[in-house]
Write a protein that binds this ligand. Sequence first.
Ligand code: OXT
Ligand code: ADP
Ligand code: MG
Length: 575
Amino acid sequence: MSSVATQAAPVAEGVELTDGFNLLMDALEMNGIKNIYGLLGIPVTEVGRMWQARGNNFYSFRNEQNAGYAASVAGYLTKKPGICVTVSAPGFLNGLTALANATTNCFPMILISGSSEREIVDLMQGDYEEMDQLNIARPFCKASFRVNRPEDIGVAVIRAVRTAVSGRPGGVYLDIPARLFSTTMAALEGEKSLWVPVDPAPAQIPAPSAVKRAADLIKGAKKPLILFGKGAAYAQCDADILSFVEETGIPFTPMSMAKGLVSDLHPQCAAAARSLVLQESDVVILVGARLNWLLAHGKGKTWGSEPKKFVQIDIQANEIDSNVPIAAPLVGDVQSCINALRAELKGFKAPAEWLSGVADKHSGTRAKLAAKLSTATPVMNYHNSLGAIRDVLKNHPDTILVNEGANALDNARMVIDQYLPRKRVDTGTWGVMGIGMGSAAAAAVESGKPVVAICGDSAFGFSGMEYETLTRYNLPVTVIIMNNGGIYRGDEASPDHQISCMLFNPKTRYDQFSIALGGEGVRVTTPEELSKALEASIKSGKTTIIDAIIDPGAGVESGRIGNLNIVSTIGKKKK
Ligand code: OXT
Ligand code: ADP
Ligand code: MG
């Protein structure tokens, strides 16, 4: 690293100068960026100070991974790339996990890291935090760019923005060697190197023949089903989606982050008849959802024996046929595809007996669950605690729910209804623990609405120290820790003279942890106490932890995905 300021080209005396720092900030502002998430130090410290001095917001985190998760969720919620700024090598690597996660989830994000000087890195001469970040980032994102000259900063930011938000959204890495930040050039020339990009995420219109093929297939269906994924939620064409559902009368089921895109209380919602509709449908319309592990790759017993034909709406052409044959691919953006289909399907209605059969199953399952939610138990379990949370959130439908854990995740997804689009952020495509506090921060910042994070006690631990970031910025976040004392369960027997590898210290007081970090804290042991505490914390807008004591024996191994768990067929051997 070099702290010596250089000049890009000789400039006559008295000419006004700009530098890499200022050009980077000008370019970000011109691309509509207001919030940056990150963690400062050599060589990017000035980025934070200068960004704030310009009247923008810099949210300073305790670990870059959480800043990165925040940026990615900002991207998901706003359709603009979320920006994360880090220092070099270790800071960059911490942020890289979040960049990879953003790319996997199709969230637009740009990771900007300072780096060591090329001439030293390339000869491996041992610079401060030396690392070939540009190349290391490549496999984890859509594109990895480096800027070497101040006059290229504008174009680099535009290329990063366009790459992140156009087509399938995802992560981009932007490498800025330390010396470039302070390299100067004539201000007027610098200004000329910047521009506002026109239409960075252009509509992608499906071919009319593809629309007709899909519509013909749907018209012939006896048991059609719409399956919404988070790509449909991301598209922000909520009114068109609702019209499509209501005009066609087709039942729909959401993937987890698409819950609420059309309200869970809508009469065509089939979420509680999930197995039935996946198995018995004949034509499935996938809208921004991949046939990956979360959908059993489109095959096997999840999908039943009824022959299935798929219509798939996706902006990424090579997503089609990724797992099973797709009878009617519809490549384009969700809004264009949905509206083209609506035009072609005018007058079509799905068979009423199919919808009413699905609705019966859906409401029957909901009624059975409702009974469990209100059943008292000696120690709170997932059902009655989440039932209490659900009832409170019903009165606060614009709250954003962040959710991580295993049982804490799967039960909350099932129990808690969502009424509005993009009000649920969770562990996503990778099922990654640790997204909690970063996601909660970004959700509060970007929406200005209250946030409730329901976290398993293991999940919370991955980003727990970031709770101080929430209290520091006074964010209206309530973190409910489902404290069962362990990963999946808190009652596993420990081997002789050891502590079980699945357990945590039962003396842990998350409520006191909150108070120690400048927040509010309350421990609850009954659903009634939980309701009261949650209602109060949402009303107060104060950053709060509710330490909810859950029966240590209430969870199951790996939650709803125990089928993916690998166990030894031979069993345990003692040395
Ligand atoms: O139709 P059927 O009969 O099938 O019933 C379905 C619906 O119809 C019905 N349903 C309803 N009924 C009534 N009312 C309503 N409203 C309703 N809605 C639905 O309910 C059932 C289930 O519905 P669902 O969920 O839609 O369907 P299903 O079949 O489950 O769907 C399949 C999936 C795959 C789509 C779904 O299960 C899903 O989305 N799963 C996501 C799972 C996931 O991602 N899990 C997280 C990873 S687990 C594991 O990896 C963990 N780790 C390891 C680790 C990770 N992940 N990351 C990192 C960085 N390091 C390590 C760790 C450490 S979890 C974990 C920590 C766990 O401990 P914690 O303390 O944090 O948490 P606790 O477990 O609480 O202790
Ligand atoms: P889920 O996990 O909810 O099933 P996935 O993340 O697997 O959803 O799938 C999201 C899909 O949506 C991706 O294949 C992505 O290419 C697609 N997508 C994202 N944005 C759009 C959009 N605006 N229009 C069409 N498809 C989109
Ligand atoms: Mg737990």
